[in-house]
Design a protein around this ligand. Sequence first.
Ligand code: UD1
Length: 414
Amino acid sequence: MRSIVVTGDRALSGEVRVGGAKNSALKLMAAALLAPGVSVLRNVPDISDVTVMTEVLEHLGATVVRTDHALSIDATTLTGHEAPYELVARMRASTCVLGSLVGRLGRAHVAMPGGCNIGSRKVDIHIAGLMQLGVEITTEHGFIDATGRARGAHVMLEFPSVGATENLLMAASLGSGTTVIDNAAREPEIADLAALLSAMGARIDGAGTPTITIEGVDALHPADHVVIGDRIEAGTFLVAGALCEGPVTVRGFDPSHLEIVLTKLRESGASLDVGADFVTVRRTGPVRPVDVATLPFPGFPTDMQAQFMTLMAIADGDCVITENVFENRFMFADEIARMGADVRIEAHHALIRGVDALSGAPVRASDLRAGAALVLAGLVADGETVVTDVHHIERGYEDFVGKLCSLGADVRTV
Ligand code: UD1
């Protein structure tokens, strides 16, 4: 089993480039199933979640060829319509083939995802939305079984679920009539998916706003698309820079996708230079305590909550981090407490009293972002931190260790 060993108290400076957004790439791969022929996705990160999604597509009969950071997805012939439990259990996001299979084949059999380390994560909003579009759905024996194509309808989401918005977008693009999704998720990854679908011939208006209108079409064609930069990977390196004072420049993403995180970093005492596709962070004074509440985009991303908690752990005072998106996303707090952080959890609030220093310890990554946040904690901890279960980190960060080393960190995988 691999671990990441971090020796703390090293200065960090220099420049890193982030890869394509994991949460975009996975859905774009599913969208490629909508058109017979070869679609090409560029700037696809080399991470294990993409490997699992490749297996899902191959299981359905598509051929996927990777050349460096490009994927050629040949969806000329699909031979199946099932996403098996074995793959969905490895990666919950595999459920995004539900929408594309309904669009392309009018048939999908997708394992229900179970619980995961950050909460129960239901799929009721996906199912209710598809049913409102006229797709027949039954859930039996642990599978969602969908039959029929989408017929235009007005769908009001109970919560702006990212995954539900994406499934509905894909299903409705290759269907009939006009679909309006209200209270849609506004994450940049939704706009990226709509950009690929539009390049494939879909007729979509309003992606990135709470109301998306889709005119169903009869057929889509393959397209060539560049994945947007990963705002969460960027945010993770910016927190690393703020922790270790910098200057650290993070390139390859759109800073407007990270606006509230940048605001909170400034409030915490960091100074930022913001360019078109980069941000440089540096810090000269103490870390100031800042309250944060996670919310759907454009609110503070839940995927940055753990990394921000690491920064607040060494703040010059007390603050509250409130988690509004997932029900159980504070498992990380117990691990960072082992490194000397003072964090108390009260329902969905974390009360943090900043300490002068963290101390290196053996800790376990409970999920992807928690894992990254523990490595960040190790960067400013006294002595050695050993993070286990690093497969979680490899799900979403390409060459995390190498990129940190290039900034001067003392980090290695053993
Ligand atoms: C996506 C991201 C994840 C991010 C999250 C919120 C991917 C692969 N993952 O996850 O990294 O943290 O958005 O920004 O893109 N919910 C329901 N019923 C549903 C659907 C969702 O109750 O049918 C609840 C979930 O349990 C959760 C909340 O809504 O508490 C948010 O879920 P959602 O926006 O759907 O997130 P994901 O698409 O799963």
